[in-house]
Design a protein around this ligand. Sequence first.
Ligand SMILES: CC(C)(COP(=O)(O)OP(=O)(O)OC[C@H]1O[C@@H](n2cnc3c(N)ncnc32)[C@H](O)[C@@H]1OP(=O)(O)O)[C@@H](O)C(=O)NCCC(=O)NCCS
Length: 166
Amino acid sequence: MQVDFREVRIPDDHEQLAEFLCNDEWPFHGQRKLTSADIAAMEFSTTNVATFWVIADGRAVGLVRLLDLADIGDGAPLFDLRIGSAYRSRGFGLRAVRWLVDYLFTTYPELHRTEANTRHDNTAMQRILTAAGFTQEGRLRDAWKSDDGKWCDTLIYGILRSDVRN
Ligand SMILES: CC(C)(COP(=O)(O)OP(=O)(O)OC[C@H]1O[C@@H](n2cnc3c(N)ncnc32)[C@H](O)[C@@H]1OP(=O)(O)O)[C@@H](O)C(=O)NCCC(=O)NCCS
């Protein structure tokens, strides 16, 4: 299936973003449900954040937000990946992570490493990160409070430019 990545434009895409994010559930994020006030407070297209739709056969099936871009030469950007619930477990998550790693290291020649954090019970995300070439580098115990108040461990992953070359 043809999968493309299209950069989000604000304000043009604002309504579609609110629809995509508010009409679904995000079980592995701090907030399972988002409101329009939450969307208004989120960064999508700034000097620090760039956001891309994951488009499959012309349909928006997911969203990738690249974070911490302002100090990319010194730091390690993170990302927020959300595939719509109707489209999960069809390989879009893995394709999105492979795409964003390539995009980041190609677009920013000064970038040395990229990081990802995920909850210890998010098995799909862990499989994706390993398949995309990330290494698990750490585990923070009880560092992530879930929506139901339960404390979860945070798994830290990283990928270096040299990992991609190899
Ligand atoms: C986590 C998420 C990005 C995964 O993307 P996806 O498109 O559903 O996953 P893929 O189809 O690419 O599958 C990737 C791997 O995970 C496995 N997988 C998929 N769904 C799974 C599930 N519910 N439980 C366990 N493993 C699962 C697949 O079998 C595949 O592994 P394999 O290649 O070794 O067989 C997606 O489900 C999602 O957006 N979830 C909600 C938001 C979220 O959790 N984002 C990540 C925050 S860190």
